[in-house]
Design a protein around this ligand. Structure first.
Ligand SMILES: [Fe+2]
Length: 453
């Protein structure tokens, strides 16, 4: 017997209670609310042979991009293989298995194929959307939710979350007006749609609308902060607006409140996706000479060591370079060098576009080396390593806003190396887009001030 979930999709189980828990897990994940895993465990307590509960569990664990969670995800996929399954569930087994085999590109294809065949599979769409994000696939970030919308009725439950994904994809493709319009529609449908709130914040970030950005996030704090898996990231965005206004005390206060690993109510152990934000914020503060203090650096470095050294090799190069930032900030060059060595091993492994080997080769390794060069004061070397990266950095995964740390480090390296001409060009480009940005103004002032007489 099979039953039907909240989105009208067949689920191979006889337990209505299990399907209710599955649907609730999907509804929570759609808003990034805690705790979809608890709902899936409840589904499995009702029906241990419910393949989709095992497969959603695996998908959620894999989305954490942590080596240490692989074994748990693999157990869930193995359990699903023992269950009765339909065609869609078997497609989920194939997709999760590809990810477990570290073939990110094939996982991306397989989850995408599920969405193409079953556009009402909101969970598969979300996982595919996260893979688009992890692999820097801007076009599919935008186009996959756009295509799926045709299978949904305007305003029905679930419709708005797809708008939120479409909004983020539009933003990453630089279509800011459309992104803001679609994102605001999604937030109107569900004010607690954390991903859509986040997408609109991205538009404001990219356009340098810092005052609006602070207001947008502060006014909706009750909708995106409590018990939300995206809360740390949205705190990061809020702090970033203050940082770009030169408000360092406010930036650090928000960092301590919502981003730092030891914050009240944060997950223990801290998750890689959150440590990325913590590291990048501290590194940005370092770039502008606003030292965040050794205690903050050490805390993030410790947390990264636990995540990155849980396995013998690099799992996701995007995480590794952020670990290197934290280790360097904490004065632990030896640990940073160990992480770099893991990246070197990853880069020398075979792997086509979309594999961690390719991410490491194209971006991770030169970026990691540049960070280490910057730390030891070899600014010319850092600039030379960083200069080729901005045009291809999207391949590395993450968002435009997150990857901006590469351009900011390049600009600062150029300034410190005395290469004012290129620094000025970068400053003028940034000022054209973000005339009020403290980073842009500071960079421009420094580049012009240091111009030779
Ligand atoms: Fe973001």
């Amino acid at each position: 017997m099979s039953l039907t979930d909240a989105n009208g999709l067949a689920v191979s189980t006889d337990s209505r209670a299990a399907v209710a828990h599955l649907s609730q897990a999907g509804a929570l994940f759609a808003r990034f609310r805690a705790d979809p895993l608890a709902e899936l465990d409840a589904a499995l307590a009702e029906a241990p042979d419910c393949a989709m509960a095992h497969l959603m569990r695996a998908g959620l664990l894999l989305c954490a991009t942590e080596h240490g969670l692989e074994a748990d995800a693999a157990k869930s996929v193995a359990a699903a293989r023992e269950c009765r399954t339909n065609e869609r569930e078997r497609a989920h087994i194939a997709a999760a298995s590809a990810w477990l085999a570290r073939d990110f590109d094939r996982a991306w294809e397989e989850y995408g194929a599920i969405v193409a065949a079953w556009p009402r599979d909101l969970f598969a769409l979300q996982v595919a959307h996260q893979l688009d994000f992890f692999l820097g696939r801007r076009e599919t970030l935008r186009d996959r939710p756009t295509a799926a919308l045709s299978a949904w009725r305007e305003g029905e439950p679930g419709f708005g979350y797809i708008l939120g994904m479409q909004s983020f994809g539009l933003e990453e493709c630089g279509e800011y007006a459309a992104a803001e319009d679609v994102g605001r529609r999604a937030v109107a449908l569900d004010p607690a749609d954390a991903w859509a709130i986040h997408a609109v914040a991205h538009v404001m970030e990219m356009q340098g609308r810092t005052e609006e950005g602070v207001r947008w996030l502060a006014a909706r704090e009750a909708d995106w902060a409590p018990e939300n898996m995206l809360a740390c990231h949205n705190w990061w965005h809020r702090a970033l607006f203050h940082l770009d206004r030169g408000e360092f005390a406010e930036t650090l206060a928000l960092y301590d409140r919502g981003v730092r690993p030891s914050r009240a109510g944060g997950p223990q152990p801290p998750q890689a996706l959150e440590l990325v934000d913590a590291s990048a914020m501290l590194w940005r503060l370092r770039l502008v000479g606003a030292d965040p203090g050794m205690a903050r650096w050490a805390e993030v470095s410790d947390a990264w060591a636990a995540v990155l050294e849980s396995g013998p090799q690099s799992y996701y190069a995007f995480n590794d370079v952020h670990g290197i930032m934290a280790h360097l900030g904490a004065g632990r060059r030896d640990v940073a060098t160990r992480t770099l060595a893991a990246l070197e091993r990853a880069a020398s492994a075979p792997g086509s576009a979309g594999s961690n080997a390719a991410l490491a080769r194209d971006i991770g390794l030169p970026l990691g080396r540049a960070l280490i060069a910057f730390d030891r004061g070899a600014y010319g070397e850092a600039a030379a390593l960083l200069a080729p990266l901005p045009p291809i950095a999207h391949r590395f995964g993450g968002s435009n806003a997150q990857r901006d740390v590469i351009a900011l480090t390049l600009a600062e390296s150029l300034l410190r190396a005395g290469d004012r001409a290129v620094a000025r060009a970068i400053a003028e480009e940034r000022l054209a887009v973000k005339p009020d940005s403290m980073f842009a103004r500071r960079l421009a002032a420094a580049a012009w001030a240091r111009r030779p007489a």
